[in-house]
Design a protein around this ligand. Structure first.
Ligand code: IMP
Ligand code: MG
Length: 174
């Protein structure tokens, strides 16, 4: 049976906010080249929408990580499934994530990527669930939306690999 999905953020609301954040990033990196790192798979839709709206020169790279653990809880032990193609040395980097939940994935990833000597490294997320944060040291530089503690799908986010292609963000009704 198909799951019933309640719309939390419409496609129009998301796209309008992505445009605002893209304008902010374009201002902050004026005169610089920006290297975006998309965290697969969830970050892919957001990365594309964001990148299209940036007015500064942009390069893209992709990384796929998996946190050990089952279901909807991440364990904090992160495995790199696909590493970046290019070095980060001297580059202005922005990591683009779908959602920051406990913060465990990003806490680990930022430490790994800092060791590659980028000029700077910032974090941009489509969604943030601040109530769920375990790793308080994870500083999010750009957040499109802070949301309550509900499991969301769409715009890249999945439930059991499904619903990534929904153009809006929704909550699966129990
Ligand atoms: P963290 O390490 O707990 O911050 O987990 C972040 C990852 O968990 C995200 O990149 C998502 O893949 C996944 N995740 C966390 N919350 C949700 C949700 O509400 N819907 C879909 N995926 C989620
Ligand atoms: Mg996921």
């Amino acid at each position: 049976m198909a799951d019933k999905i309640r719309v939390l953020l419409t496609e129009e609301e998301v796209n309008a906010r992505v445009s605002e954040v893209a304008a902010q990033i374009s201002r902050d990196y004026e005169g610089k080249n920006l290297h975006l790192i998309c965290i697969l798979k969830g970050g892919v839709f957001f990365t594309c929408e964001l990148a299209k709206r940036l007015t500064i020169p942009v390069t893209l790279d992709f990384m796929s990580v998996s946190s050990y653990g089952s279901g909807t809880v991440s364990s904090g032990v992160v495995r790199i499934i696909k590493d970046l193609d290019e070095p980060l040395e001297g580059r202005e980097v922005v990591i683009v994530e779908d959602i920051i939940d406990s913060g465990r994935t990003l806490a680990y990833l930022i430490e790994v990527l800092k060791q590659r000597n980028p000029a700077g490294i910032r974090l941009c997320t489509l969604l943030d669930k601040p109530e769920r944060r375990v790793k308080k040291q994870v500083k999010v530089d750009y957040t499109c939306f802070s949301i309550p503690d509900e499991f969301v799908v769409g715009y890249g986010l999945d439930y059991d690999q499904k619903y990534r292609n929904l153009p809006y963000i929704g909550v699966i009704e129990q």
